[in-house]
Each structure stands twice: as structure tokens, then as C-alpha cells.
Design a protein around this ligand. Structure first.
Ligand code: NDP
Length: 240
């Protein structure tokens, strides 16, 4: 089993919790970030986890950095597609860059990374690919046609991928968080956030560690029979 993991957006928020959980369980983690050098440096020093800067929305940067990681550490056996952004606006006010940025970072990144790691996983007969989607990709959200479309598309991507690679010892699964206490949620206006929390049966935000635990579980060898699945972690906000 190959214990080298790339966690995209792995130095802040949910990604940071995932990086720490995997690392503390003996997995060699490389945590990616794109702009926030200060947070990444601090995260790396405090947690003794290597970080790598590149933009997941760029196919060329993903290709180049997957190669660099392979040469330095060995091939990636665990890929956590976690990096994501919001650019909220109602559709009549949304401009084309708000649409494209979100699709590029949240959806195109899945192709950019999976297509570059999959060959090594196939050769090794092992791989764990976990995509972080969102409850809003399942139910929709006002002001998030771009974000919800990108996150909903991840379900189709993951299931199709699972069909293609299951026979090679590779799994592809989705974790769909509800509202989790990170900077992304802190950016929501206070009164709107309060009204959202009122609709959550659990009456609280989730904790990033509650996402990291299920992601770690999905990386295990014994999770090899879980494939093409979705894990909704949302305090009961949306029940399947
Ligand atoms: P944060 O905003 O706290 O962190 C986002 C991370 O993604 C940062 O590390 C950031 O890097 C990285 N990132 C953003 N764009 C890029 C890019 N182009 N290339 C590489 N890295 C990038 O987000 P959360 O931790 O809250 O969210 C993590 C994931 O979980 C996202 O996919 C989000 O959509 C999803 N999610 C979050 C929910 C929540 O309530 N928080 C709910 C449902 C889903 P940098 O530090 O350099 O800025």
C-alpha cells in the first residue's frame, strides 16, 4: 500500500485537518496551497508536514508538481481533492469570471489531478481518491449556481471514475460536508449564517476534524470495498 498523500488546499480549514489526521496516522502528507504563504509556512513548521505551492486550476502546474512529488517522495497513492473557493452572486449579478474561477478551481482541478496521478495508481494496483464536495451541490443554494454546479458535477465525476478504476484496486469516493467552521464559512454575513444554523437539526456548525476522520477512514486498505459512494456529513441538514 502506497502511503504518500497529496491534500489539495491542505494547509488551512478542512484540508489542514485532513493533512494532520493522515500525517498523525503514519501517512506521508504533502499539503498543497496556492496563495497564502504565511499560513502554509506556519502550518508546515508547526505540524512538520511538507507543503507545495501550485494552482489546482492549472493543468500544467498540476502535471509538473505531480512529477516533482513523484521524484522527491514516490508516486501519490492517496489524493484528496479538497481545494475549493466560493464567488457567490445571484445569477443575474454573476459575471463570467465568478463563474469560470469556481468551475476551474472546484471542478477542473479534479481532472487536472486525477488524470496525472491515475497511471501510477493503476501500475501500483492501489489508489484512494477522495473528493470534497458540498451539501450545496446536493440541494442547491441561493447565490451559488456556480459553486453548486461545480460541487454537483463532482458526484458524476467520482462515480464514473470509480467504474473505470475499481478493478485496479483504486477507489473514488465523495465526502459532502454541510456547514463547517472554517474561514470559508466565517466569510458568510453573520445574520445569514445564524439563519442557516437555525435550519441545521444539530444546531451547530461542523468541526473540520469531523470531516478529516471520515476521509482518513476512506484511505484505509480495509475501505477498499467502498467505491463510488457519497458520505454526507451535515448535522442532518440534508438527509438522503
Ligand atoms: P478554506 O477557504 O478555509 O480553505 C481553502 C483552501 O483551498 C486553502 O488552503 C486554499 O489555499 C486552497 N485553494 C483555493 N484555491 C486554490 C487553488 N486554485 N489551488 C490550490 N489551492 C487552492 O476552505 P474550507 O476548508 O472551508 O473548504 C475546503 C473544501 O471543503 C472546499 O472544497 C469547500 O468547497 C468544501 N466545503 C466547505 C464547507 C464549509 O462549510 N467550510 C462546506 C462544504 C464544502 P490558500 O491557503 O493558499 O488560500
Amino acid at each position: 500500500m502506497n502511503k504518500i498523500a497529496l491534500v489539495t488546499g491542505g494547509t488551512r480549514g478542512i484540508g489542514a485537518s485532513i493533512s494532520k489526521k493522515l500525517s498523525s496516522n503514519g501517512i506521508k502528507v504533502i499539503a498543497n496551497f496556492t496563495s497564502d504563504e504565511n499560513s502554509a509556512d506556519k502550518f508546515s513548521t508547526v505540524n512538520n508536514i511538507d507543503v507545495v505551492k501550485f494552482d489546482v486550476s492549472s493543468f500544467d502546474e498540476c502535471k509538473e508538481n505531480v512529477e516533482i512529488i513523484k521524484k522527491k517522495y514516490g508516486s501519490i497513492g492517496i489524493l484528496i481533492n479538497n481545494a475549493g473557493i466560493t464567488r457567490d452572486a445571484a445569477i443575474h449579478k454573476m459575471n463570467v469570471s465568478q463563474w469560470q474561477e469556481v468551475i476551474n478551481v472546484n471542478l477542473n482541478s479534479a481532472f487536472n489531478l486525477v488524470s496525472n496521478v491515475i497511471e501510477s495508481m493503476r501500475e501500483n494496483g492501489f489508489g484512494r481518491i477522495i473528493h470534497i464536495s458540498s451539501v450545496n451541490g446536493q440541494k442547491g443554494q441561493f447565490g451559488q449556481t456556480n459553486y453548486a454546479a461545480s460541487k454537483a458535477a463532482i458526484f458524476g465525476f467520482s462515480k464514473s471514475l470509480a467504474l473505470e478504476v475499481a478493478s485496479k484496486g483504486i477507489t473514488s469516493n465523495v465526502v459532502a460536508p454541510g456547514y463547517i467552521n472554517t474561514e470559508m464559512v466565517a466569510a458568510i454575513r453573520e445574520d445569514i449564517l445564524k439563519s442557516i444554523i437555525d435550519t441545521i437539526p444539530g444546531k451547530r456548525l461542523g468541526n473540520p476534524d469531523e470531516i478529516a476522520d471520515i476521509v482518513y477512514f476512506l484511505t484505509l486498505k480495509n475501505s477498499g470495498y467502498i467505491n463510488g459512494a457519497t458520505f454526507s456529513i451535515n448535522g442532518g441538514l440534508r438527509m438522503d
